[in-house]
Design a protein around this ligand. Structure first.
Ligand code: ADP
Ligand code: MG
Length: 322
């Protein structure tokens, strides 16, 4: 069966549907975290994501958390582009008109929107299976946009925060394991990811490429590799794991989740070695931990090495819908 990426490339990213390469207004279309549209005096970064009940969140999840997560997941794509959030639209499909649910959902949206100064400007409300589609819009200087295609051989690969927490959180929710302090933290990491908007903005002019980790570190990094025509060597034991995750599961499982499970919405990006000092300043000013996990290679393959420098084989690099 074709993956969603095969289908996008085959049917949607085709010449008679997409802008031509000499289109002056569309600077970037299908294939990155956001599209870029040139306005008379600004560049608009746009991205849209759908969250479907039971695929992207458990159907009985609290409405507040669904709203919060739906907006954060979209803000994460603006972060991955280095864009400043501005506005969003919301298409909401509901099986029922439950006012309390809608009120809680809106409260979740509002809590996620406030710190990022992003404002709702329109949408659509219909009846059907629960599904939330949000389109976010932000501004970015085109020369500073963090594309997937800029990674160069010799660049170091970094991630923000810690990885694997959201996978543990999802398991805790699904198996109803709530109750301990670490479980509460991990569940919160699943429902309330922190879009790394400030880091993305600060990486403008520092990072050579970036993506947000929605499907899994290795799966998302491989999009950078493909777009940039390069390979990578990732050191599995350098991938940052939280103490909460390590208190919940074994080191091996934690490492596998960090490498191949999605939902963390941290950033993965590449930086040329001569910009190391500027990168340290980004971590300092944003207060977000940044960890080096490997480097870009010429080989056009993705190698992930264990602590004995032996390659690790994975059945899957990350989540795929198809
Ligand atoms: P992300 O994980 O950053 O949200 P996706 O994996 O959903 O990105 O999509 C990869 C790229 O393909 C993006 O540039 C997105 O805009 C584009 N894309 C996805 N689905 C469609 C579609 N149905 N029509 C056109 N473009 C699409
Ligand atoms: Mg993305």
């Amino acid at each position: 069966m074709p993956s969603e990426f095969d289908m996008i490339n085959r049917y949607f990213a085709q010449a008679n549907l997409t802008p031509s390469s000499d289109d002056k207004n569309c600077l970037l279309s299908i294939g990155d975290d956001c599209a870029l549209l040139q306005l008379p005096d600004k560049t608009l970064a746009l991205s849209i994501d759908t969250l479907s009940s039971d695929v992207h969140f458990p159907c009985d999840a609290p409405a507040f958390l669904i709203g919060y997560r739906a907006l954060m997941v979209n803000l994460s794509d603006l972060a991955a582009m280095g864009a400043t959030p501005a506005y969003f639209t919301l298409a909401l499909t509901l099986p029922w008109a439950d006012e309390q649910w809608v009120s809680d959902f809106a409260q979740g949206l509002s809590e996620a929107a406030k710190p990022h100064a992003i404002y709702l400007i329109g949408g659509d409300t219909t009846r059907g299976p629960l599904s939330i589609t949000i389109q976010v819009m932000g501004y970015v200087q085109p020369t500073h946009a963090l594309k997937r295609s800029g990674a160069k051989v010799g660049d170091a690969i970094y991630v923000t925060g810690t990885l694997g927490d959201a996978a543990a959180g999802l398991q805790i929710i699904q198996e109803e394991l709530e109750g301990s302090e670490s479980a509460d933290y991990l569940v919160q990491r699943y429902y309330q990811p922190s879009a790394r908007v400030e880091v993305g903005k600060a990486l403008a002019g520092v990072a050579s490429s970036a993506i947000d980790i929605s499907d899994g570190l290795l799966a998302d990094l491989s999009h950078i590799l493909k777009a940039s025509g390069v390979g990578a060597r990732v050191l599995a034991d350098q991938v940052p794991l939280s103490s909460m995750l390590l208190s919940f599961t074994s080191k091996v499982t934690a490492r596998d989740w960090a490498l191949t499970a999605g939902d963390d919405y941290e950033l993965c990006f590449t930086v040329s070695p001569d910009k190391e000092n500027e990168l340290q300043a980004v971590s300092k000013t944003t207060g977000v931990a940044i960890t080096k996990i490997g480097e870009i290679t010429k080989s056009e393959t993705l190698q992930c090495m264990d602590e004995h420098n032996q390659p690790i084989d994975f059945l899957t690099l990350g989540f795929r819908h198809f």
